[in-house]
Structure formats: structure tokens, C-alpha cells
Design a protein around this ligand. Structure first.
Ligand code: ADE
Ligand code: ZN
Length: 341
């Protein structure tokens, strides 16, 4: 998209990685109705417009209630493949060349969908998406923190035959009242399996949850982390240790973490030297994909090209790809800035 702001054009055009997107949160109303029809399900909304009109959230939980309800249309491996394909097609438009994609198996296995159909469908979508649009993608299995640690351990056992398709593990869902310390045994087991772990922390929850995610779960990235600014010693630690923060600007506005983008803490975190990345979280529900987030951030903060380079570079450095692959992506990024920057 051409705009009058050359820095924004460059930020939209630059290659980048998306490290915080929930595949269930990419379910657009048209696909939700298509899958509902295909599976003989009646959604409790008259049409796509009525569903979209329900996207009026006042906190994380108000969103999650709808997000889990809509996920009910996902029943077969083909449904999971089609959802993945729709996201990858959209990501390619925004020059996302690598995505590490969260999925919530418990949302599906609790409804009787076999985990093999969930993962098999996603893998088929990733392979087709790579062939069609050249987007590289991998899967991060997220545990739902409103459920018990035992439920998470049972899900991990079910997932073990499919470990080759899973790049890492995460923790999501209702943050308040479900601190990371609830999941220490589960995450120890994930780490024993040789996979990196991440956790949502400091989205609605306090900075203490970020410390727990780091100290008790071994989280290698913090998803959101925007409330870290309330604890300057914690920010100093995040900067010193280069802990990536996968920040989701439009999500934070739609879920009322901040009233206005101008109040978002990402600019201060970036200025402090934190390893900030930009991500879309649940783009179908929050008003946009990667470049919509970039446009909203740029409208509020008017960053220069160096800041956008930094965030894109952070996204590759923070990924769980092999070092040689990261270096190749960063060379692509450098080339985009050498021509345009
Ligand atoms: N699951 C999907 N989106 C989420 C978010 N923003 N926070 C926690 N869990 C989620
Ligand atoms: Zn999230």
C-alpha cells in the first residue's frame, strides 16, 4: 500500500517475522460461516455482520468467551488446513516471511477433535502455504492457563507423537488469577523434551507474572510484557538479557489494556533498548494483521526507519529458527533497507 509516509511504506514492505499470532484468532467471519455450513453447525449470529458486530470487548475475558465459541466451527483436518492457509495468504501480503503460530489444542480436544487431526491439518496448511506464497511457518503448542496443570500434562502426552511438527510451547488464555507458577512441572517437562518455551505475561497480569515466567517456567520470550514498565528493575533485566517481547498493539487497544495507542508502552520499551517485536495476536478480532498494526503504531509514534529496522531485526533474532536461517532473513532485511532506507 502506498502512503505519503516513506518510512511507513518501508515498514510495510520490509520482510519480517510474526512471533505472536493465535491461529484460532485468524478465523474471519466469512470463514467461520463457511465452516459452520460445511459442518452443519448453527452459529448464534444471523450473519457475518452480526458476528463482527459482537467484536466489542472490554477485557481479555470478554474476547476469550467469543473466541472459544467461534472455534467450535473447526471440526476436521480440512478445517484446520483451510484456516492456516487463509492466515498465510494474508501474512504474505504484509511481507511476513516467517511465522511462529500458536494453536490451542485443548480448545479442540475438549470437543472430541483428535489432536492428530488438529496438527495434521495445520501441517498440511503450512506445507501448501510455503509452496504457494513462500511463507515459512512453524507451530507453537499453547496450554490454556484457565485449565489445570494436569490437563496440560495430559495434552502434552497426547502431543508427543507429533513433536517433530512443534517448534516450542506456550501459555495463553485468562491471565489474571492464573500465574505462571501454576505450570512449573508442565513447563519443566516441555523443556526436558528439548523445546523452547514462551508465555503470555504482563498483558493484563502484573510484572510479577513476567518474573515468574522467566524464573519458574524458563520462558525465552515474553508474549505481550507491556506491563513490565511498572517495574523498572524488571525492564533493566529484560534489556540486559535481551528477552524478546512479542508486543501486539491493536490487541492491547481492543482489549482495553491502553485507552489509546499514544499511551502504549512499546515506544518507551523500545527506547530503553528492550527487544520489542510487533505482532497481530488475533487479527480477525482486533482490527488487523501485521501491517495494520504497523500503521496504527506509526500513526501514534512516527518512528524513523532505524526503529522499524530494529523491530524487524528483533523479530528474526527472536525466532526459534536455525542461526543460518536467521542470518539469511536478516540479509533480506538489510537488502530492503539498502535500497530504500
Ligand atoms: N488467546 C488468544 N489471544 C490471547 C491473548 N491476547 N491473551 C491470552 N490468551 C489469548
Ligand atoms: Zn496472544
Amino acid at each position: 500500500m502506498t502512503t505519503h509516509d516513506p518510512v511507513l511504506d518501508l515498514a510495510c514492505r520490509m520482510p519480517k517475522a510474526e512471533l505472536h499470532v493465535h491461529i484460532e484468532g485468524t478465523l474471519e467471519p466469512d470463514l467461520a460461516f463457511k465452516l459452520a455450513r460445511r459442518n452443519g453447525i448453527t452459529l448464534p449470529y444471523a450473519d457475518e455482520a452480526a458476528l463482527a458486530a459482537a467484536y466489542d470487548f472490554d477485557c481479555l475475558q470478554s474476547f476469550l468467551d467469543l473466541y472459544y465459541a467461534c472455534a467450535d466451527v473447526l471440526r476436521t483436518a480440512d478445517d484446520f488446513r483451510d484456516l492456516m492457509l487463509a492466515y498465510l495468504e494474508r501474512a504474505a501480503v504484509d511481507n511476513v516471511i516467517h511465522a511462529e503460530i500458536f494453536f490451542d489444542p485443548q480448545t479442540h480436544t475438549a470437543r472430541g477433535v483428535p489432536i492428530g487431526d488438529v496438527i495434521g491439518g495445520f501441517v498440511a496448511g503450512i506445507e501448501a502455504g510455503r509452496a504457494r506464497w513462500g511463507v515459512d511457518a512453524s507451530l507453537i503448542l499453547c496450554f490454556l492457563r484457565h485449565l489445570s496443570e494436569e490437563d496440560g500434562l495430559a495434552t502434552l502426552a497426547e502431543a508427543e507423537p507429533y513433536l517433530e511438527h512443534i517448534v516450542g510451547f506456550g501459555l495463553d488464555s485468562s491471565e489474571k488469577g492464573h500465574p505462571p507458577r501454576k505450570f512449573q512441572r508442565l513447563f519443566a517437562r516441555c523443556r526436558e523434551l528439548g523445546k523452547p518455551v514462551v508465555a503470555h505475561a504482563g498483558e493484563e497480569g502484573p510484572p510479577e507474572y513476567i518474573r515468574e515466567a522467566l524464573d519458574l517456567l524458563g520462558s525465552q520470550r515474553i508474549d505481550h510484557g507491556v506491563r513490565s514498565v511498572e517495574d523498572p528493575a524488571l525492564v533493566a533485566r529484560l534489556v540486559r538479557d535481551g528477552i524478546p517481547l512479542t508486543v501486539c498493539p491493536l490487541s492491547n487497544i481492543r482489549l482495553c489494556v491502553f485507552d489509546k495507542m499514544e499511551q502504549h508502552t512499546l515506544a518507551d520499551l523500545l527506547a530503553d533498548g528492550a527487544k520489542v517485536t510487533i505482532n497481530s495476536d488475533d487479527p480477525a478480532y482486533f482490527g488487523g494483521y501485521m501491517n495494520d498494526n504497523i500503521r496504527a503504531v506509526q500513526a501514534a509514534f512516527h518512528f524513523n526507519a532505524a526503529a522499524w529496522y530494529r523491530m524487524a531485526r528483533n523479530s528474526f533474532e527472536a525466532s526459534f529458527a536455525e542461526p543460518a536461517q536467521k542470518a539469511a532473513w536478516i540479509a533480506q532485511l538489510d537488502a530492503a533497507f539498502a535500497v530504500d532506507g
